[in-house]
Design a protein around this ligand. Structure first.
Ligand code: F6P
Length: 554
């Protein structure tokens, strides 16, 4: 395959390469010390989210060059194309209209949005209304299980990837907004452990399962769904599944075959990617957990960010800026990974959510026109709540040989009411950002150790181990509180950031061909694992493993 140098050959790309060599000469500590107005220049607020990027390895010139790059590759036109319903998913010939899903009812400006020549908004709003009615009917007990004396009090979402991570992450994040009369569980793993755990504590009579699958063919989801249906049949009889199973899918034939009736089924469209689908009826479990009003606020927060993304000039556009800073870190400063560190336990699944959003979208190496890139694309995204991470992997982040870029996220108000404790979390967040930036030079440590009575030789030796090089870039996303609206804005911010980066890297962020091969091979290997003796003869590559499976299964 031919390499594509249409990006790297751009004069602006080359200017950034030269500029990067200059930036690498200076230490962030000195850059920041020289610029007392740095926060005013390198911070931006939109939709209730403040981005403090003072600790990124950038100067005013860096930002200006990055925005020139964005203009050179027609980013404003590409944003308009996304939001206007153009075919931005070129390998599947589809628009990507997740923003339609959060347009408010009665917004004259947003009443029309065409995908493939048809206005999608009437169907979107009709579907949203159906979801809201369903949620209210479940909460009021109008929709209840077979012969149940009480309304549903347990929802089990069965789905994987985008049909799991969004509703799961958001219902964890919004724990403070959850209804006390509704427990929500998520089952994704094919191995059956999550399902067993959930079924062990659920009352079948008051449990509603939601099968979430855009395709309704995903092996993990369909395996868990069939096992759950069997459990309901065993507990409540063969007529019960019709009342205990709802489903969300584009595949109506498969929902028919599973026995999902009209009232219990929800739809989505091929122009919604799985990882962008929490705003659709895939968010049903979330809506059941937090109620209609909070779900609406969640959509409204995302819509506010969409409006900002559509209207703000590039230099004041939060997703654009965040996207370009990510491009700078990955493609110029050569930072391979992005650590996402929320200082709020309620965001504990946010890094996992972003892993799919970012890596399934921008984990590509072929340009839109089918050539190999000759630059780095999406980083490895990982992370944990910062408080815990400080006591596990921060050691490496401060002193190791791998240097991740860092996104800190923190609300000012704690999510659990223990403000004094949350303030300590916030102090730790800021302290870590400062420590990554400034580090601690060996010379200073040497002096301190000698001052404390150590010999010069011992002080010099120990200082080497204790020194923190610093110069490790990070940014902080600060917001007042983790409420439904802010969470909506935050997710939309990252979605748009990912799109901005895809435009710069000239890749299609809306397909995911890279997951297909493994799925296909798993289908071929399933019979071999079921009958390992026979399978070993057929599948040479894993024959040794299959023989162990056979031996240890007995
Ligand atoms: O395997 C990847 C993937 O296709 C994701 O993109 C998607 O979110 C997930 O599987 C689940 O797919 P579905 O909703 O069709 O079950």
């Amino acid at each position: 395959m031919q390499a594509d140098s249409s990006r790297t050959a751009l004069p602006i790309w080359q200017s950034l390469v030269r500029h990067c060599a200059e930036v690498r000469q200076s230490h962030l500590r000195d850059v920041i010390a020289r610029d007392p107005k740095r926060f005013e220049t390198f911070s931006l607020e939109a939709s209730g989210i403040l981005l403090d990027y003072t600790r990124q390895r950038v100067t005013r010139e860096t930002v200006s060059l990055l925005l020139d790059l964005a203009r050179t590759v027609d980013l404003p036109e590409k944003i308009a194309a996304l939001l206007g319903g153009n075919i931005v998913n070129n390998t599947e010939h589809r628009p990507a209209l997740h923003t339609a899903l959060r347009r408010p009812v009665g917004d004259p400006a947003g009443a029309n949005l065409n995908a493939n020549g048809r206005n999608v908004m009437p169907a979107v709003l009709e579907e949203r209304e159906k979801l809201e009615h369903f949620v209210q009917a479940v909460h009021s007990g109008k929709i209840a299980g077979t012969g149940a004396q009480a309304p549903f009090d347990t929802v089990v979402n069965i789905g994987i990837g985008g049909s799991d991570l969004g509703p799961l992450m958001a219902s964890e994040a919004l724990t403070a907004y959850r209804r006390p009369d509704m427990r929500v569980h998520f089952v994704s793993n094919i191995d059956g452990c999550q399902l067993s755990d959930v079924l062990a504590q659920a009352n079948p009579a008051t449990t509603l399962f939601i099968i979430c699958s855009k395709t309704f063919t995903t092996l993990e989801t369909m395996t868990n769904a069939r096992a759950a249906r069997q459990w309901i049949v065993e507990k409540l009889g063969s007529a019960a599944p019709g009342r205990h199973f709802a489903a969300v899918s584009t595949n109506h034939k498969a929902m028919d075959e599973f026995g999902i009736g009209e009232r219990m089924r929800f739809t989505m469209w091929d122009w919604v990617g799985g990882r962008y689908s929490v705003w659709s009826s895939i968010g049903l479990a979330l809506a059941l957990a937090v109620g209609v009003e909070h779900f609406r606020a969640f959509l409204a927060g995302a819509h506010e960010m969409d409006t900002h993304f559509a209207e703000a000039p590039l230099e004041e556009n939060l997703p654009v800026l965040m996207g370009m800073l990510g491009v700078w870190n990955r493609s110029f400063l050569d930072m391979h990974t992005l650590a996402v560190l929320p200082y709020d336990q309620r965001l504990h699944r946010f890094p996992a959510y972003l892993q799919q959003l970012e890596m399934e979208s921008n984990g590509k190496r072929v340009t839109r026109s089918g050539r190999l890139v000759d630059y780095a694309t999406g980083p490895i995204v990982w992370g944990e709540p910062g408080s815990n991470a400080q006591h596990s992997f921060f050691q490496m982040m401060h002193q190791g040989t791998v240097r991740p870029a860092v996104d800190f996220l923190a609300p000012v108000h704690g999510s659990c009411g223990r403000q004094a404790q949350h303030d300590l979390a916030l102090a730790n967040c800021f302290a870590q950002a400062e420590a990554f930036m400034a580090g601690m030079p060996a010379a200073q440590l040497r002096e301190e150790l000698q001052g404390a009575g150590m010999t010069p030789e011992d002080a010099a030796a120990l200082a080497l181990h204790r020194a923190h090089p610093g110069n490790r870039p990070s940014q902080i996303l600060l917001f007042a509180r983790l409420d439904p609206r802010t969470l909506g804005s935050l997710i939309a911010l990252y979605e748009h950031k990912v799109y901005v980066q895809s435009v710069i890297w000239d890749i299609n962020p809306f397909d995911q061909w890279g997951v297909e091969l493994g799925k296909k091979l798993a289908g071929q290997l399933a019979p071999a694992v079921a009958d390992p003796e026979a399978g070993a003869a057929k599948h040479k590559g894993v024959a040794g493993l299959l023989r162990y499976v056979a031996r240890w299964r007995d």
